[in-house]
Design a protein around this ligand. Structure first.
Ligand code: URA
Length: 219
């Protein structure tokens, strides 16, 4: 793939499918995007990664510092927890799902600042055609939204995540399961957080909907 950040592309096989080719082309467009103020401070765009034919798509808020530096989604502490949720909780590898964010550049409190913040509505609006296209190309069977901002955006609601988590919603005909953001779980006790049980219950609903076995449980 040509462009600024080839390693930022979705996982691909040598025989690229049309979806993979379109995702690569879209990643190139995103790499050059200057549609909102976030582009001025980014190191790299974070397009998303995973299988172009994923049955499950995870959607987070926006890249943090490590993601901005690497160009890959969810690779910091929150990413480690998300990876455990996918690999241990769902019994599949990270590369079998698709992981994206509602914005592709890191939102910080001050541009070039250290602290992350949720994306502003105009930033989300500017980036939304990219996410929409990713969803259209991948056509996952289930979308899992991670945390309030992603859930509010995908479900077009102002209701908070605490009320929405664990309840199926819908986006363009695709079932959506909102759950807590891994960073929120980490901030609220990490491995000992009571929120983990709720995330686990949400993920079990996803497994059930997909007809996938619960890891470690004989059928
Ligand atoms: N948090 C997110 O919402 N997305 C990332 O990619 C990393 C952390």
């Amino acid at each position: 793939m040509s462009g600024e950040q080839p390693e930022n592309a979705p996982t691909s096989r040598p025989d690229h499918s049309p979806q993979e080719r379109e995702l690569h082309a879209l990643a190139d467009v995103v790499a050059g995007c200057d549609s909102c103020r976030l582009h001025t401070a980014r190191t790299r765009t974070v397009f998303g990664e995973g299988s172009a034919s994923a049955q499950v798509m995870f959607i987070g808020e926006g890249p943090g510092r490590q993601e901005d530096l690497s160009g890959r989604p969810f690779i910091g502490r929150a990413g480690e927890l998300l990876t455990r949720i996918i690999e241990q909780g769902m019994g599949v590898s990270r590369s079998q799902v698709f992981i994206a964010n509602i914005v592709k550049c890191r939102p910080t409190v001050e541009l070039r600042g250290q602290r992350d913040r949720p994306p502003e509505p105009d930033e989300t609006a500017a980036c939304s055609p990219y996410l929409q296209r990713q969803i259209d190309l991948i056509r996952p069977r289930v979308i899992v939204t991670l945390g309030g901002p992603a859930t509010k955006f995908i479900l077009n609601t102002t209701i908070g995540i605490t009320r929405l988590r664990g309840k199926w919603g819908e986006y363009g005909g695709i079932p959506v399961m909102p759950t807590f953001h891994p960073s929120y779980v980490l901030r609220n006790g990490g491995d000992r957080s009571p929120l983990r049980r709720e995330v686990w219950s949400d993920i079990q609903q996803v497994l059930h909907r997909l007809g996938w076995p619960v890891p470690g449980k004989s059928s």
